[in-house]
Design a protein around this ligand. Structure first.
Ligand SMILES: NC(=O)c1ccc[n+]([C@@H]2O[C@H](COP(=O)([O-])OP(=O)(O)OC[C@H]3O[C@@H](n4cnc5c(N)ncnc54)[C@H](OP(=O)(O)O)[C@@H]3O)[C@@H](O)[C@H]2O)c1
Length: 300
């Protein structure tokens, strides 16, 4: 028995020079870039949306769980794994590399909000397919590990200029993302309040109220209200634009492959969805502003 164990140990020593953490981190980063490219192609060219939220019905919800619970469980690993790296033995590395620590703290902060605060305010209209949450969970474990392991062992490759510029872009993106998310979440409450007050049935006497009441007849689409004002005057999905900006700034501040891989995946995942939402609004709201872009102001 002990000789089998020793043989195993010998095998590990002989082969561990390639099967080690730096190799794994690099492999996972490149695999994330490839997965992002595949996700982008499937969503953008084959027009297959990710099955959650307004597109939850595109996949069977026979096996589904409460969306809020599913959201917390799928997102939390990114937060937990990052906090593990911030507080474990690897954290000694941060004493001589405080910029790495700050980036991982920003990542943790983002995922603390995304996992535990954001879902407290959402008002999901339907459950999401179970498989969507499983895929989200796998991604968050993978990404939590990638960010934690890479930031706690690799020195950043960015210059001070890019580091500080990246931080400014990160915070700008975070503000746009959070403001837009909470505006979207507030829309149903505002609409319900209007209906309760008796001016949300199409008989409102100002143009804005009429537009607010411009719901499509299909019950699925009536869960969605036309967003207006602020960043929404420029793009249909400023929350996605803000999220992309956030991770682009984070990657710029780091300059390392692990952070660029995540920024790329975010773009690849959210850009096609923004295009799908834009199309959804144009199809369902006849007054939808023509000059509004889908994802990037004035560009796309
Ligand atoms: N890094 C990444 O790859 C990644 C991937 C996915 C999401 N995220 C981020 O996670 C956050 C949530 O993403 P999401 O895809 O769920 O965003 P979303 O589809 O825009 O929805 C955000 C919230 O607002 C509600 N909502 C959206 N549009 C509405 C409208 N027109 N009328 C009324 N309610 C509306 C949604 O309800 P329903 O749920 O009922 O539709 C949901 O509760 C965003 O900040 C996003 O950037 C990041």
């Amino acid at each position: 028995m002990s000789s089998i164990f020793q043989m195993g140990l010998q095998y590990y020593h002989d082969n561990s020079n390639w099967l080690n953490e730096p190799f794994l981190v690099t492999f996972l980063a490149y695999f994330m870039i490839i997965s992002g490219a595949i996700t982008f192609s499937v969503e953008q060219f084959l027009k297959v949306p990710a099955a959650y939220g307004r597109f939850a019905h595109t996949f069977s919800t026979q096996f589904s769980i409460n969306s809020k619970v599913g959201w917390i469980v799928q997102e939390a690993p990114s937060f937990i794994i990052a906090v593990y790296y911030l507080s474990s033995a690897e954290s000694r590395f941060f004493n001589s590399n405080p910029r790495n620590r700050l980036l991982l703290m920003l990542f943790s902060l983002h995922y603390f909000h995304r996992s535990f605060i954001f879902p407290m305010f959402t008002k999901p209209k339907r459950p999401n397919p179970f498989i969507t949450h499983v895929l989200g969970f796998i991604f968050c474990v993978w990404n939590g590990y990638l960010q934690g392991a890479s930031l706690s062992r690799n020195e950043l490759s960015s210059s001070s200029t890019f580091y500080y510029l990246g931080l400014v872009i990160f915070w700008t993106g975070a503000i746009i993302n959070i403001k837009s998310d909470y505006y979207l979440i507030s829309l149903r409450t505002k609409r319900d309040r209007k209906i309760k007050n008796g001016n949300g049935n199409g008989s409102g006497d100002n143009e804005k109220t009429k537009r607010d009441d411009d719901y499509a007849t299909k019950s699925r689409t009536s869960d969605y209200i036309m967003p207006e004002g602020g960043f929404f005057d420029f793009v249909s999905c400023p929350n996605y634009f803000g999220e992309t900006l956030e991770w682009f700034g984070y990657a710029l501040a780091s300059g390392c492959i692990g952070q660029w891989a995540f920024a790329f995946f975010t773009f690849a995942n959210l850009a096609p969805r923004a295009v799908q939402y834009h199309q959804f609004y144009k199809t369902n709201f006849k007054n939808y502003p023509k000059q509004r872009k889908a994802y990037i102001p004035f560009v796309w």
